[in-house]
Design a protein around this ligand. Sequence first.
Ligand code: BGC
Ligand code: ZN
Ligand code: ZN
Length: 358
Amino acid sequence: MRAISIRVGAPGASLVQVPEPRRRGGEVLLRTLYTGICGTDRGLVRNQLPFARPPPGSESLIIGHEALARVEDVDSGAKIRKGTLVVPMVRRPGKCLNCLIGRQDNCSDGDFVEAGIRGLDGFMRDYFTDDPTYLVRVEDESLGMLAVLTEPLKNIVKAYEVYDLVSRRALTNCRDGSRSCLTVTIAGAGPIGMLFAMIFVSNGMDVKMFSRHDPEGFLSETASKIGAEYFLREDRSKPIPQSDVFVDTTGNPGVVVDGVRALRPNGVAILFGTDPSGSEPVSGQDIIDVVEKNVTIIGTVDGAKEHYIKALSYLSSWKNSYPGVLESMITAVVPPEEAIPILMEKPAGEIKSVIRWE
Ligand code: BGC
Ligand code: ZN
Ligand code: ZN
C-alpha cells in the first residue's frame, strides 16, 4: 500500500510502498479516505520542526494527522461497527495526570506522542490500525470530505473554550448580555484563520481578519461569506484596529506585538500560530500596558476528544448555515501521487489542500 513518509532530520517527503498494517488485539483496521495538509506537515517536510521524531526503532515517519477514515475490519464483539466513518485523534497520552484523564492536549510533562508528528506514524497511507479509544465517530455522514476539517477545527474549539474561561474574570458582556459589541481581530486568513472567524461569528462577535496577500480577492470573498470583514495588511505600517480579542495564526512576533498593543482593557490575545524564525523587541511600556489593561495572553495547542466532537457539530451546522462556504475552503483535492509538490510548497490561493486516498 501507499504511504507518504519523511526521513526525520532531512528535508523532503516521498510516496513509498509499505506493508499493510496488521491489527493487534482490540485494534480496528481503517481505510483512509482523505487527509488534509497543514502548516505542521510542511514544517515536517522542510525539516523545521524541532519536536519531529519517528516511531521508536524507525528512521522514517509516515506523516499526516488530519484524516477521515472508514472502519474496515473489527474484532467480533467490538463496540465499533464496520463501515463507521471516523476521525482519528492526533495526540496519544503519556503518564501524567492530565494524560490519564484524556486531556493529553494539556500534558504536563511532554511525554505524549502525536500521530504523523512525533513518535507515531500518521494517516497519510492507504490503511492504518488504531485503538477505538482514539477514534471519533462522524455521525453526520453527509459531511463527507468536509469532516477532514474536524482535526484543525478541534484546536479552535479548545482555544475558544479557554478564551471563554478567561473572559469570565471581568464583565465583558454587552448591555444585552451577549458578546455582540466585542470586536475580534484575526491575523492570518488560512484555514485556521477562517475557522477562528467562523467560531467567533457564530458566537455573535464582530470579526475582522487580515493577511498580507489576497490572491484574486478570494480571501476577502470567503471572509464576507462567513460574515467577517477582511482587510489587506501588506506590512506593519498599517495599524491593527483596536479590539477586545486578538487571534494570531501566523506565529510572526512582530504581528503578535502589534496585535497585543491594539487590545482594549480586559483584552485577550490568543496565540495559535508558530514560526521559529523572526524576533521582535518588547519595551517596558509594552509590559506596563499589558499589566495596566489586565490583558491576558493565551497560548493554546491541540484539543481533547470533546473538542473533536464539538468540532463535528459545528461543521454540521455550518454546512447548512453557510451553504457552499466550507466546500469552497477546500481549494484542492489531489491523489497521493500528486501530493509531494503541494507538501513542499503551498500553492497560491490555497486555503486547505486535501489528499484523496480511496
Ligand atoms: C495539530 C495539533 C498538534 C500540533 C503540534 C497541529 O497541526 O493540529 O493537534 O498538537 O500540530 O504538534
Ligand atoms: Zn495540523
Ligand atoms: Zn502527559
